[in-house]
Design a protein around this ligand. Structure first.
Ligand code: ADP
Ligand code: MG
Length: 258
């Protein structure tokens, strides 16, 4: 279980993220929504331990992430950031195998048969097994994104942090990859926290959604309603319209239709 308790952070002197609290259970897929610059990526960086919060605490299964060694942290937290290293001279399979690094023991680190099986399954989960021998630099943006997602799955961490995971993915791949990640989290009791730009994708895939605006938490996702026109207005400061497709409520900015 992931608990975020009253964390605050700032890049310069003025407080930016202020008093953020929310929690995410094992197996839960939690979305973060908010406009550009609202602090979504900053929050992901705090959750991953990349940035240090000033006050409050972030706990995984009751333990503060600040007390983990870097190796422990890698077994607990996997992160797909917005800025991935792009053209390292590794094959896709090698990139995914880096996800197993924190699980290797002993002085001579080597991959076991189990590791190879996990790497293979992780490549299959994002439908990227066919790219395994290709160098990362030879792949398209969407193909690379799938390799990085496979690496996160191979890492088998308790918490998986994704910053706009469906970026670069075409619509077919988007749906299948998000479904796979959701299934994987449920089946293996992993917690996923993911930033989304598309409110409808977030509403379809997330069990709960937290909302940020200008560094403040507008909604911690604990209410009955996951998404509504009123929440979207407060967060994005624009009018949305609601429509029902296949029994599901979908939301679009009303300016799209003017
Ligand atoms: P989001 O992901 O919601 O678009 P970010 O968390 O990336 O927003 O950024 C939140 C705010 O913090 C923005 O105003 C951004 O300009 C600022 N910011 C982000 N990174 C830095 C940094 N390294 N130093 C100073 N300000 C930053
Ligand atoms: Mg961002």
């Amino acid at each position: 279980m992931l608990e975020v308790c009253n964390i605050s952070f700032s890049y310069k002197n003025t407080e930016f993220l202020e008093d953020i609290s929310f929690s995410a259970q094992k197996g839960q897929f939690v979305g973060i929504l908010g406009p550009n610059g609202s602090g979504k990526s900053t929050l992901i960086k705090l959750l991953s331990g990349y940035l240090k919060y000033f006050s409050g605490d972030i706990k995984i299964n009751g333990l503060s992430i600040q007390d983990f060694s870097s190796k422990e942290r890698a077994t607990k937290i996997g992160v797909l950031s917005q800025e991935s290293i792009n053209n390292i001279n590794f094959t896709s399979e090698e990139v995914v195998s880096l996800g197993r690094y924190a699980h290797q023991n002993g002085f001579w680190k080597y991959l076991t048969e189990d590791d190879y099986l996990i790497i293979k399954n992780s490549l299959h989960a994002t439908n990227s097994y066919k790219f395994k021998d290709r160098y990362l630099g030879e792949l398209s943006g969407g193909e690379k994104q799938r390799i990085f997602l496979s690496q996160i799955l191979a890492q088998s961490s308790d918490v998986i942090l994704l910053d706009e995971p469906s970026n670069h993915l075409d619509l077919k791949v988007q749906a299948s990859v998000l479904k796979k990640i959701k299934e994987y989290a449920k089946l293996n009791s992993k917690t996923v926290v993911s930033v989304f730009h598309d409110v409808n994708i977030a509403s379809i895939f997330c069990d709960k959604i937290i909302y940020l605006n200008n560094g403040r938490l507008i909604d911690n996702g604990e209410g009955n309603e996951k998404i509504s026109i009123e929440k979207l207005l407060k967060v994005y400061e624009i009018e949305f319209i609601e429509t029902i497709v296949n029994g599901r409520n979908l939301y679009f900015p009303s300016s799209f239709f003017k």
